[in-house]
Design a protein around this ligand. Structure first.
Ligand code: PMP
Length: 284
């Protein structure tokens, strides 16, 4: 594995950054996770766009232009000769002093890791998974806008641990008002009256690239999507439920806090979306 750091490739064991990097000291930075299917970085332009928007929102200047970033990522994929895998693209505030003042960081650090993806077993897609509603709440959007994909994932990590403690693979997080936001690293959808419903990003969700793709696929088969307000009651009484994300793709959810969703099996709309999603990904 060759890891890109600030213009150079390093072997995995030599890929190191400073302990004074504010990404490490304060979680001061942004990132993206991108899939490689058939040797191609999937939805690369969308991921680059979101990275630059996240960076702009936190006043972080990325030392490469978007086009150069794209070329650099493609070069990292080619250098690692990956046909199927995962790209972790990270931009931190860079090396600075021990104080939080970002003015001490003279240049952002850009890291590109091209590795493997840890996939859910296929049986999860066939049977669906059980999830819980975490006690840990999503960071409110009026503290840090949750559309910023920042290096601060501590509350998501706490929720993930709650899921594991409950014997589940995932947890859904509520915002401080008690409305549904998203899972720890995936968006969440329910099906109601044949339409797709997903929490509006102002409730505290990342604007997922997979979520957008699923909305687009649904539109092509005449299924409406509403970005709306959902409570735990809406989850429990959904006809179908699934999560979307770069890693999980479309994962059916069949039980939430012990409540069986629909008939306890992945629903027909979810199954249809999975088939169409896989066709689309493989045809790229
Ligand atoms: N929410 C959070 C908190 C995430 O980290 C992610 C990315 N894994 C998602 C949702 C899904 O976004 P995407 O479809 O762009 O991967």
């Amino acid at each position: 594995m060759k890891v890109y750091i600030d213009g150079q490739f390093y072997d995995k064991k030599d890929a190191r950054i400073s302990v004074f990097d504010h990404g490490l000291l304060y979680g001061d930075g942004v990132f993206e996770g991108i899939r490689i299917y058939n040797g191609k970085a999937f939805k690369l332009a969308e991921h680059i766009e979101r990275l630059y928007q996240s960076a702009k929102a936190i006043l972080l200047e990325i030392p490469l232009g978007k086009e150069e970033m794209e070329k650099t990522i493609l070069n990292a994929v080619a250098t690692n000769n990956k046909n199927s895998g995962y790209i972790r693209l990270i931009v931190t505030r860079g090396e600075g002093s021990l104080g939080i003042d970002p003015a001490t960081c003279k240049k952002a650090t850009v890291i590109i890791i091209v590795g493997d993806i840890q996939l859910y077993p296929e049986q999860c897609y066939e049977n669906g998974i059980s999830i819980v509603i975490a006690a840990s709440r999503r960071i409110p959007s009026d503290c840090i806008d949750t559309r910023v994909k920042s290096l601060n994932y501590l509350n998501n990590i706490m929720a993930k641990m709650e899921a594991k403690q409950a014997g589940c693979l995932e947890a859904v997080m509520l915002n401080k008002e008690g409305f549904v936001t998203e899972c720890t690293a995936d968006n969440i959808f329910v099906v109601r009256n044949g339409a797709l419903l997903t929490p509006a990003s102002f409730h505290g969700a990342l604007h997922g690239i997979t979520m957008q793709l699923v909305k687009d696929i649904a539109a092509t088969i005449g299924i409406r999507t509403n970005e709306t307000t959902l409570t735990s009651y809406d989850l429990y009484n959904a006809e179908e439920c699934y999560m979307t994300g770069t890693g999980a793709e479309i994962m059916p959810v069949v039980k939430i806090n012990g409540r069986v969703i629909g008939d306890g099996k992945p629903g027909p709309i979810t199954k249809e979306l999975i088939i169409r999603f896989r066709e689309l990904v493989m045809s790229q």
